[in-house]
Design a protein around this ligand. Structure first.
Ligand code: FAD
Length: 334
């Protein structure tokens, strides 16, 4: 029987960050994940920004979460020897005069002035008749690289079991739990939308939100920034490739790419890009969201060694580090 302290179920953004926090606390752990390719975390754009939502607001928590996320990503970069974090302003192209005026008046307030820069130099090959601004303190994390490289690091440290966890095979003793030859006192479930099959934490009201992501080839110089227009963004991926997303299919748990999501993104890309591009990949995945967008950080009321981190919703990179730290503190009784 292999003795560990904590078993982490799932290695998306949530499980990766929880495992990293356990490593930071020097707590022995094992991660179990089947390594599926089309998970929310593997296709996520990984963007973060202080000014978000349709109404372009700044939530006070975000101003604490962004610097913490940056700190943790830098630490992970050191551990993995990989460049996962890209700090760049977002180039926000105005879709209408109304949007421009709204952001212009916001940028004149004390709350927004350091986050919105007006009149940036125009970008080549992008349609921007109404102008643009830049949102500072923003960036993106290469989530695919983060998950892949962290999995490799886990393997090197014999801390990854590549399999799906079968809840019915978990033996819950008085203090110690057992699963397939491992004995542990804590288990942290980080299963994303897969948590709907978790019999220990049912009724968590996880709402699926389907998201489409395209990869396009655009043979024209643009920028190394994220460009956003009309709810669609373009993220440079090197070699004239860009990732373009996304859609928000609330209450939709289909993982099949369909034409409607692709068409929605392509229609808006047509309104953003001056020249022709080629779509070379289309993927979809399910974001785990909740009714009131509250992140789920729970301890099981009866099995007190069981915990859950879920509901990172549309902001896994922004909120993940913060709540991963919190769930590990909860585990450690802090
Ligand atoms: C198109 C798209 C774009 C996005 N863009 C952004 C963005 O720009 N910025 C941002 O912050 N967020 C973004 N997100 C949201 C972000 O991806 C999510 O918040 C985040 O991925 C949720 O991470 P998670 O680890 O909770 O879930 P998941 O990514 O679903 O990971 C769960 C993991 O658990 C595993 N698992 C499930 N059940 C089991 C089991 N029984 N046994 C073992 N393993 C199991 C799964 O295989 C998976 O690997 C985007 C999402 C999508 C779909």
């Amino acid at each position: 029987m292999k003795k560990i302290n904590t078993l982490v179920v799932g290695q998306g953004i949530a499980g990766t960050l929880v495992a990293f926090m356990l490593h930071r606390h020097k707590i022995p752990f094992m991660v179990i994940d089947p390594g599926e390719t089309n998970t929310s975390s593997r296709i996520a754009a990984g963007m973060f920004t202080p000014v978000s939502g349709k109404r372009k607001t700044i939530h006070p928590d975000v101003l604490l979460q962004i610097p913490f996320a940056i700190k943790i990503c830098r630490e992970i970069e050191q551990l993995l020897g990989a460049a996962i974090l890209h700090l760049h302003n977002i180039y926000q192209v105005f879709n209408s005069v109304t949007e421009k005026n709204d952001l212009l008046s916001k940028s004149a307030t004390a709350e927004f002035e350091k986050y919105i820069l007006f009149n940036p130099p125009a970008l080549p090959n992008i349609k921007q008749e109404t102008g643009a601004c830049e949102i500072t303190h923003s960036g993106w994390v290469d989530c695919g690289l983060l998950i892949t490289r962290f999995a490799e690091w886990l393997k090197q440290n014999e801390a990854l079991t590549e399999a799906a966890f079968v809840h019915q095979e978990l033996e819950t003793g008085n203090k110690l739990m057992e699963y397939h030859g491992m004995q542990f006192s804590k288990i942290i479930f980080c299963e994303g939308y897969g948590a709907i099959h978790n019999p220990f934490f049912h009724n968590q009201n996880i709402i699926p939100c389907k998201g489409d992501m395209l990869t396009i080839l655009y043979d024209h110089p643009v920028t190394d920034r994220i460009v956003k227009k009309d709810g669609i963004y373009l993220i440079p991926a090197g070699n004239n490739l860009f990732r373009a997303g996304s859609t928000y299919g609330w209450n939709n748990n289909s993982t099949q790419p369909d034409e409607s999501g692709k068409k929605l993104i392509e229609d808006r890309l047509d309104a953003m890009l001056e020249n022709k591009y080629t779509t070379i990949d289309h993927r979809v995945a399910i974001r785990p969201t909740t009714q009131n967008r509250e992140v789920i950080v729970r301890q099981h009321p009866k099995h007190t060694g069981m915990f859950m981190l879920n509901g990172l919703g549309t902001k896994g990179i922004l909120q993940g580090p913060w709540w991963a730290k919190r769930v590990v503190e909860l585990c450690e009784g802090q």
